[in-house]
Design a binder for this molecule. Structure first.
Ligand code: APR
Length: 190
């Protein structure tokens, strides 16, 4: 990756960082699951989180009664390092309101974290796998939504994007560089 692309920024009292890795290995207070509306598990991130958390996770999510696209619900993390899983449902790419629903999935996840006194949270790249959202369109929506939330009033200290490969990491870093350029309150950490 060219050295000019940022991997970290400071917004008010919060740090936003981008890493390449596996969401199930993160030791943040919460990790975000790229779920479907049934909340009964699936493949990709959803499958990996359920495998790592253990069967009690499905027992809890089964009782949550599903989740609307763009909304988010919280559960315990069980055998994961993270105490909580915030299950959100991103849009399947292509609908007229895909961008609005993708932004909503990120924002609602942060609102649920705030409501549950969670200070550190890790996101995967929502909707960019099975749901087909092109990463070059999803990354700017993700970064703009998260940066806007962090510029407001909240108790979040760390938002970490955990990206599955270097190509996705590069797209998110380009989007972060754009946010830093556009928003004076978003700065590279000292
Ligand atoms: N850690 C981090 N990122 C991961 C991991 C992982 N362990 N596994 C996959 N990814 C990446 C993918 O490369 C993709 O960039 O997460 C992104 C989201 O991919 P999906 O998990 O396919 O999620 P999404 O596109 O939102 O589709 C959700 O897929 O698994 C089902 O039940 C789920 O129906 C829902 C749909």
């Amino acid at each position: 990756m060219s050295e000019s692309l940022p991997l970290k920024a400071r917004i008010n009292h919060a740090v936003l960082e981008l890493i390449e890795g596996d969401i199930t290995k993160q030791d943040t207070d919460a990790i975000v699951n790229a779920a479907n509306s049934s909340l009964l598990g699936g493949g990709g991130v959803d499958g990996a989180i359920h495998r790592a958390a253990g069967p009690e996770l499905l027992e809890e999510t089964r009782a949550l009664g599903g989740c609307q696209t763009g909304d988010a619900k919280i559960s315990r993390g069980y055998h994961l390092k993270a105490r909580h899983v915030i299950h959100t449902v991103g849009p399947i790419y292509g609908g007229s309101d895909s961008a609005r629903l993708l932004a909503s999935a990120y924002r609602r996840s942060l609102e649920v974290a705030q409501e549950n006194n969670i200070h550190t949270i890790a996101f995967p790249s929502l909707s960019t796998g099975a749901y087909g959202y092109p990463v070059d369109q999803a990354a700017p929506i993700a970064l703009e939504t998260v940066c806007r939330f962090l510029q407001g009033d909240h108790n979040i200290q760390l938002v970490r994007f955990v990206l599955f490969n270097s190509a996705i990491l590069q797209q998110f870093s380009k989007a972060l560089a754009h946010q830093i350029q556009q928003q004076p309150g978003i700065v590279l950490p000292a």
